[in-house]
Design a protein around this ligand. Structure first.
Ligand code: ATP
Ligand code: MG
Length: 202
């Protein structure tokens, strides 16, 4: 496509799934670093619809999460945002995300990007066995979470990548916002402004 000039059948595309409530600089560094190391043409951020692991938890309106993701990624020519999970009814499963993106880019090689905490859940994901055919899996380091235990059978399936450590979580950004503490430089400026403008996390 437009940036690399790579032919469609050689496209390398990252998929960064998340609740993004809100998106923060840890997500952006993870995507940027994987894009660099794996020579990706594009990283598609995919805000979840109803996240399967957060069914009991209150999650912000999906349009707010989508728009904050658009704002945070707008300045990077290789970052895009997809609505596939938001627009699909029901609970979000990663296998459905992969199938939808695969249908949109049938010839591309896909790389699913996930943090060390989320990768531990992979085996519990719906149709885990069938995901390996659709994408490579790259697990990035995340402060506070250990990488896969030695001998874990996921080692054969999932690449591990050490990235610059940012001890930022959406949970902490929400908590800080609720307490009136600053979130500048933890999330992009436009996201701070969006949170304030719409009174999120009060
Ligand atoms: P919450 O605290 O609400 O769970 P979060 O910060 O974990 O939010 P998610 O939207 O749940 O953000 O995460 C999306 C993906 O980004 C997951 O794969 C997660 O592991 C990864 N991720 C989140 N924060 C970081 C970080 N600081 N460094 C590396 N990876 C991260
Ligand atoms: Mg999380």
């Amino acid at each position: 496509r437009k940036h690399s000039g790579r032919a469609a059948e050689h496209q390398r595309i990252g998929i960064m799934g998340g609740t993004f409530d809100p998106i923060h600089n840890g997500h952006l560094v993870a995507a940027s670093e994987v894009a660099w190391v794996y020579d990706l043409d594009e990283v598609i951020f995919v805000p979840t619809g109803r996240p399967v692991f957060k069914l009991k938890q209150k999650v912000s309106n999906e349009e707010d999460r989508y728009l904050m993701t658009v704002i945070a990624t707008a300045s990077n020519p290789r970052f895009t945002v997809s609505r596939v999970d938001i627009d699909r009814p029901g609970v979000t499963y990663t296998i459905d995300t992969l199938r939808d993106i695969h249908d949109q880019y049938p010839a591309a090689e896909l790389f699913f990007i996930t943090g060390a905490d989320a990768v531990a859940e992979i085996l519990r994901w719906k149709d885990a066995d069938r995901m390996w055919d659709l994408a490579h899996f790259v697990a990035v380091t995340r402060p506070g979470y250990s990488q896969l235990p030695d001998g874990d059978r996921l080692h054969h399936k999932v690449d591990t990548l050490e990235i610059p450590a940012l001890a930022i979580s959406s949970t902490d950004v929400r908590r800080r916002s609720a307490n009136g503490e600053p979130v500048w430089y933890l999330v992009p400026d436009g996201v701070v402004q969006y949170i304030n403008k719409h009174g999120l996390y009060r």
